[in-house]
Design a protein around this ligand. Structure first.
Ligand SMILES: Nc1ncnc2c1ncn2[C@@H]1O[C@H](COP(=O)(O)OP(=O)(O)OP(=O)(O)O)[C@@H](O)[C@H]1O
Ligand SMILES: O=C(O)c1ccc[n+]([C@@H]2O[C@H](COP(=O)([O-])O)[C@@H](O)[C@H]2O)c1
Length: 190
């Protein structure tokens, strides 16, 4: 199968992530999308980062009704921080029967040249990019291995959701009902 790997912190998973994953799974040549929950982004220091098990459970709940979407804990057993090239190598070795493509939001392209072995990523993988509002300039618009998906811009982020929780504002419709229930039950991000 041709599988899109959607890496992220998912702190928490929001409807933007779900729209991106479902758009990739239905509007492109991908058969499936796997969410790869990263314990630690090499570039992010975030006091409100929940434990990876908690973020994984939220992803699991959010995608439970969609057979095209799956969640993976592969990075939980790999060294931290989570370097994408290392995970891609492990997954390619483990699943030689699958073809993997990388999925990311356009904001990730801005710093992409600073990723570990980014040229190797581009040599061996194609990247499907979902456009993101207010993305600073980057130089990957015309790269042969970078494919932009035409889809509606989504002005939503996990940061915005965490801020709303801290200030006791509603998050209904920004996350799915099972995810909101879990956030309330466990008192995440307060
Ligand atoms: N609204 C969005 N539009 C396009 N891409 C997005 C959007 N939200 C998240 N992404 C992409 O989803 C992946 C995982 O992102 P992440 O979990 O960091 O979400 P986030 O909303 O950007 O979080 P935070 O606000 O905590 O930085 C990244 O590739 C990111 O670019
Ligand atoms: O490999 C790298 O050098 C690298 C540098 C920055 C980010 N990443 C990965 O990019 C993914 C997106 O991160 P995030 O926090 O924006 O969701 C996440 O899986 C990170 O581990 C990877």
């Amino acid at each position: 199968m041709k599988i899109g790997l959607f890496f992220g912190s998912f702190n928490p998973i929001h409807v933007g992530h779900l729209i991106i994953a479902d758009t990739m799974a239905t509007d492109t040549d991908l058969d499936r999308v796997w969410f790869i929950v990263s314990p630690q982004n090499p570039f992010k220091k975030n006091n409100s980062l929940l434990h990876e098990f908690d973020r994984y459970t939220m992803v699991e709940r959010a995608i439970a009704d969609n057979y095209r979407l799956k969640v993976s804990d592969i990075e939980f057993t790999l060294p931290k921080p989570s370097y994408t090239i290392d995970t891609l190598t492990v997954l390619s070795d483990k699943y030689p029967e699958h073809e993997f493509v990388l999925i990311m939001g356009e904001d990730n392209l801005v710093q992409f040249e600073n990723w570990k072995n980014y040229q190797k990523i581009l040599e061996f993988f194609t990247i499907y990019v979902y456009p993101r509002p207010n993305t600073p300039a980057h130089q990957f618009h015309d790269h042969p291995k970078v494919r932009f998906i035409q889809a509606p811009l989504l002005d939503i982020s996990a940061t915005y959701i965490r801020k709303r929780i801290q200030t006791h504002q509603e998050i209904k419709y920004l996350v799915t009902e099972p995810v909101e229930a879990l956030i309330r039950l466990k008192k995440y991000y307060q």
